[in-house]
Design a protein around this ligand. Structure first.
Ligand code: DX5
Ligand code: ZN
Length: 225
């Protein structure tokens, strides 16, 4: 498990007019999960998708739908999203009050529970709920848009997150999201991440399916930092 790498392309950068075709291409390229960025125009400035898109994706693919909520009061979407077919439900602790209660509710309804930390959000938010999470998402950009640059200081935080999870014997996925490319994925992997979201790197590549393989290969090179 620890050596398994997961690549989760973000459909935020996909051509939504050709969604089914794009998802087939991601499957052909060996994508492990499909990352769905839900934004409410309040927690982040951008406005994107909701349950209807998750449902549409579920009809297109059997890959796990990795839903990343950048919304206020994410608990309002636990039920609608599990019904729509989400497999993983990841939210930000600043967006709600009773984080532990909502993580538990996510698990109770059969999804995996994820906690996402912005670049300036302390890792201690995760430490307090480490037994309640199946995934820890370290944001390597300030969320809201694809196509931003990887914040290099976050690499040290990924390393601390790896130590935290190992120290507690947690098998949670350690995911990184934002600015992941062939140039940056090695640093994140070397610091201990095992699950990588990529939007623009994949969809702006001349061969997006091949880019998924290239990202995976860069991980195998095992850059240690
Ligand atoms: C950023 C989103 C990301 C985004 C990643 O707010 O959470 O998932 O789609 O896009 P890239 O890989 O282009 O930074
Ligand atoms: Zn995301």
């Amino acid at each position: 498990m620890a050596n398994t790498i997961r690549i989760a392309p973000s459909v935020l950068s996909a051509d939504l007019g050709r969604l089914a075709e794009q998802v087939r291409m991601l499957e052909a390229g060996g994508a492990d999960w499909i990352h769905v960025d839900v934004m409410d125009g309040q927690f982040v400035p951008n406005l994107t998708f909701g349950a209807p898109l998750i449902k549409a994706l579920g009809r297109i693919t059997d890959l796990p739908l990795d839903v990343h909520l950048m919304v206020l009061e994410p608990e309002r979407y636990i039920e609608p999203f599990v019904e729509a077919g989400a497999s993983l439900f990841t939210f930000h602790p600043e967006a709600t009050v009773h984080v532990q209660r909502h993580l538990a509710a996510v698990r109770e309804c059969g999804m995996r529970a994820g906690l996402a930390l912005n670049p300036s959000t302390p890792l201690s938010f995760a430490e307090e709920v480490v037994d309640d999470i199946d995934l820890l998402l370290i944001m390597s950009v300030n969320p809201g848009f694809s196509g931003q640059s990887y914040i290099t200081n976050v690499t040290a935080k990924i390393r601390r997150a790896r130590t935290l999870l190992d120290h507690h014997g947690s098998g949670a996925f350690l995911q990184v999201d934002g600015g992941i490319s062939p140039e940056t994925i090695g640093a994140a992997k070397g610091a201990g991440a095992d699950t990588f979201v990529a939007g623009s790197a994949i969809f702006s590549a001349s061969d997006p399916a091949a880019m998924i393989g290239e990202l995976r290969d860069r991980c195998k090179e095992g850059v240690s930092v």
